[in-house]
Design a protein around this ligand. Structure first.
Ligand code: NAD
Ligand code: UD1
Length: 339
């Protein structure tokens, strides 16, 4: 298959590009580089030996997308990673979040309809479940519960748009992948997560403390109803996540499907910090802080639908994710910019 990766220069997109190329597919990338670097695409080329057609453009620009796709026709599928993803920022700038996240999705669906591209795989998020009523979360679990931030709402809305589009066009194959917490990096240490500024998410924050760029990790609450009082999440190695995209593309059928991509194993904040300490061979300073607004005590999935229908299962452990994250962070202390 030849696959257009919208947002393919980003963290998950770059790792998915490697997985697709290794599985014998071709990729082309469109990315406006608003949260990434062209260096990531260059490194994917180095890792795989492939030449990747790259368009630096906003994925809302249907004309630019159309010209790009026609130059590289036939394109068989789109994986749609493009969008903004910072929860707090989405509360402060809701219109920008709706504009970019919904706008890129509409543009891609218009492109697909006009150019006869039948398959789309979309980066959704476990955030659509809001505060879980029961655990583990299955694809049947209710969504939209207590969705307090525009970021999560865009994911929920885009899922609805895909469902409606698939209902109206029997030839369309649309898949939403609800990622749990993506972590880790390519074991080569050449590509990894490179958040701008101070990271919002736990693993990149811990990695920056380990490398000495930040003083200590703030642990957001130790009074949750969990084994050690800290929040539990389902951390999935980005290589497992990338493999999930390959499986989703290869198994996509007409209609609309949703899959959870996670490990099914909850890990607490303190367990993750301990795993990172083992990986880095150093102590990670931490302090207990109040709970972060909007956080849930625990979130982890039942990944059995993806196993059953896609033949996919996450195989990597939190220790492997910490090892690979540390390898990436210690070899690229300044990310792609000044590595
Ligand atoms: P990322 O920011 O590294 O990747 C997103 C990419 O999209 C970036 O390269 C960015 O430059 C690009 N982009 C943004 N707006 C664009 C536009 N208008 N046109 C073209 N490109 C644009 O993020 P990621 O972690 O790789 O996430 C990929 C997708 O997965 C996102 O949609 C995100 O919401 C979703 N997701 C991520 C996580 C996570 O924890 N990383 C969890 C659940 C879902
Ligand atoms: C967050 C987002 C979610 C988004 C996901 C991936 C919120 C409320 N949720 O999920 O919508 O899909 O990122 O981008 O922002 N923690 C600390 N200290 C830190 C950072 C985090 O203790 O410095 C804790 C959190 O309280 C949580 C766990 O670590 O228990 C994981 O946090 P994080 O990595 O931010 O992911 P989520 O909150 O699950």
């Amino acid at each position: 298959m030849r696959v257009l990766l919208a947002g393919g220069a980003g963290y998950i997109g770059a790792h998915t590009a490697v997985a697709l190329l290794e599985a014998g597919h071709d990729v082309l990338v469109v990315d406006d580089l608003s949260n990434s670097s062209a260096e990531a695409v260059a490194r994917v080329e180095q890792l795989t030996g492939a030449k990747i057609p790259f368009l630096a453009a906003d994925a809302r620009d249907v004309d630019a997308l159309t010209a790009f796709v026609r130059t590289h026709a036939p394109v068989d599928a789109v994986i749609h990673f493009a969008g903004l993803k910072a929860v707090g920022e989405s509360v402060a700038e809701p219109v920008r979040y709706y504009d970019v996240n919904i706008g890129t999705s509409i543009a891609i669906l218009k492109l697909m309809a006009a150019e006869g591209i039948p398959t789309i795989v979309f980066s959704s998020s476990a955030t659509v479940y809001g505060a879980p009523e029961t655990l583990p979360l299955s694809e049947e679990s209710p969504t939209g519960i207590d969705l307090t931030n525009p970021y999560g709402k865009t994911k929920r809305m885009i899922e609805e748009i895909l469902k409606d589009a698939a209902a109206a066009d029997p030839a369309l194959r649309a898949v939403s992948l609800r990622y749990f917490n993506p972590v880790g990096a390519h074991p080569s240490g050449r590509i990894g997560e490179d958040p701008a500024g101070v990271p919002n998410n736990l693993m990149p924050y811990v990695a920056r403390v380990a490398v000495g760029a930040l003083d200590r990790v703030g642990v957001f609450g130790d009074d949750y109803d969990t084994p050690d009082g800290t929040g539990q999440r389902d951390y999935i190695h980005v290589l497992d996540l990338a493999a999930g995209h390959v499986a989703a593309l290869e198994h996509a059928r007409e209609g609309y499907e949703i899959y959870n991509l996670g490990t099914g194993t909850p890990v607490t904040v303190l367990e993750l910090i301990a795993a990172f300490e083992r990986a880095a061979g150093k102590k990670i300073p931490r302090e207990i802080l109040p709970r972060r607004a909007g956080d849930v005590a625990a979130s982890y999935c039942d990944p059995s639908k993806a196993q059953r229908e896609l033949g996919w299962t996450a195989t990597r452990t939190i220790d492997e994710a910490c090892r690979d994250s540390w390898n990436w962070q210690s070899n690229n202390p300044n990310g792609y910019a000044r590595a």
